[in-house]
Design a protein around this ligand. Sequence first.
Ligand SMILES: [Zn+2]
Length: 246
Amino acid sequence: MTPVHKSELVAAGTAVVAAVVAAGALVDGALRPQSQTFGRTLVAGRDPDEIALTYDDGPNDAATMQLLDVLARHEARATFFMMGRFVRQRPEIARAVLAAGHLVGNHTMTHPWLAWQPEHVIREELRGCNEALEDSLGAPVRYFRPPHGARRPAVLRIARELGLTLVQWNVQGNDWAPIGTQRILGKVERGMRRVKERGRGANILLHDGYDRAMGADRTGTVEATDLLLGRLAGTAHRLVTVAAWG
Ligand SMILES: [Zn+2]
């Protein structure tokens, strides 16, 4: 057996630690929603009274119009990150969202995990959704949320080249699963308290659509939105779109 000097063991140990730290930074940069590791990422502003309701994976003919009714009743503006393939199927819903005064952003054509895609796929996914939105809305798109929040440096670079600001979130309702109105609301309110304690606005991730298919039941999300907006009425909170933050 070859004797191993202690300093070699220490060096090896340091290298392992460095590799683990580097891997940790990569995972953090790729997957933690608020990470800034791979470039500027919009999360929320520094006014803890500001709240952005954001809805992903639509337009959805089973939920988006009902949600627009709820938002209108509370005079609330929100942000919708839409999938290009659903915009192509229901352009009139995308137009109704914009006409109601909400912000519409890009959520790719087909909802892949962009962090693991080759660059040409990232570009096609972002450009395809931009084109679907711009054809339907007749207005340029400025904001983009990556599916699952997953990205790598190429995703930010390509988004920038297309004039898109990458947006994440800091509160989520876990409403992709059918957990029911009250649990969605509880999760959102806990998250809002947590970011408020840190002196940040709340960027709340909810879903009016479902990435696999048109027509998903999002009754829980629509009802939780109605209850949340009812509770916020008369408080110091202000509803904003993500455009308020950059
Ligand atoms: Zn999504």
